[in-house]
Write a new protein. Structure first.
Length: 242
């Protein structure tokens, strides 16, 4: 399939890639050969839409470990830890997912809570690392840094409170006679547009009307100016003949 994500590792020895419809992350060693097969394939249940990586100092001079992070199409975060490329190929992925039990989909108009982004912020040990996550609902995401250990899957609970639109603040508390339907929640795109001045677009009829008003004003000014000049000229003639 077509390549969706591509990433160089920190030391510049490998390239990570994922393709549309392919349920794995390919690890390629950067060499001089024009054609070569992937050095390692990391299997997933669904195709990856996001990739990240960090180097692991394994204590050996000739080999550097790698930690690979991927987010799948169904918003599950995968992590692989390996002190070498061979160990990375044989390791079992650690998964970070959201616990959606007891959350009927009808309560979420548009989309269910999901993991939107993740970033490896450091490798503390060869088999553990700090991950910064953005998850929850898109209009009220949660931000959290967690410590992940290799082989220990994590399930995150979705908070009903968010950064942008807290659910705990009921509209009934402060509507005070106003209709709750008048409250509009803006997503990021709409919020950015709301901050910008909206230019007024004139149609052809308005342009013609504005032009006609301007033309009428110029004609009236010329008429008054001409009448004034004629009046001065007539008064001068009267003075001569008198």
């Amino acid at each position: 399939g077509s390549v969706r994500c591509m990433l160089f590792t920190e030391e510049g020895k490998y390239v990570l890639s994922s393709a549309i419809g392919e349920r794995y992350v390919a690890v390629w060693r950067i060499e001089g050969a024009k054609k070569q097969s992937a050095s390692c394939v990391l299997a997933m249940e669904h195709p990856a839409v996001f990739l990240d990586s960090r180097c692991i100092d394994s204590g050996e001079h000739d080999e550097v470990g790698i930690c690979v992070l991927a987010i799948s199409e169904i918003a599950i975060c995968y992590l692989w830890f390996g002190n070498s490329i061979e160990e990375l190929c044989n390791t079992k992925p650690t998964k970070i997912s959201l616990s959606l039990e007891g959350m009927p989909s009808r309560n979420y108009k548009g989309a269910l809570p999901a993991i939107y982004a993740a970033k490896l912020q450091g490798i503390q040990k060869p088999a553990s690392g700090q991950v910064f996550l953005v998850y929850g609902l898109l209009v009220k995401p949660s931000f959290r840094k967690i410590l992940v250990h290799s082989g220990a899957d994590i399930k995150l609970n979705v908070s009903h409170d968010g950064v942008l639109l807290p659910m705990s603040q009921s509209l009934v508390k402060y509507k005070k006679g106003t209709n709750a339907q008048t409250a509009t929640a803006l997503d990021r795109a709409n919020a950015e547009e709301a901050l910008l001045p909206i230019p007024k677009v004139f149609d052809s009829h308005e342009k013609e009307k504005a032009f006609q008003n301007s033309l009428d004003k110029d004609v009236i000014d010329d008429f008054h100016r001409s009448s004034k000049d004629d009046s001065v000229e007539i008064e001068g003639i009267d003075m001569i003949f008198s």
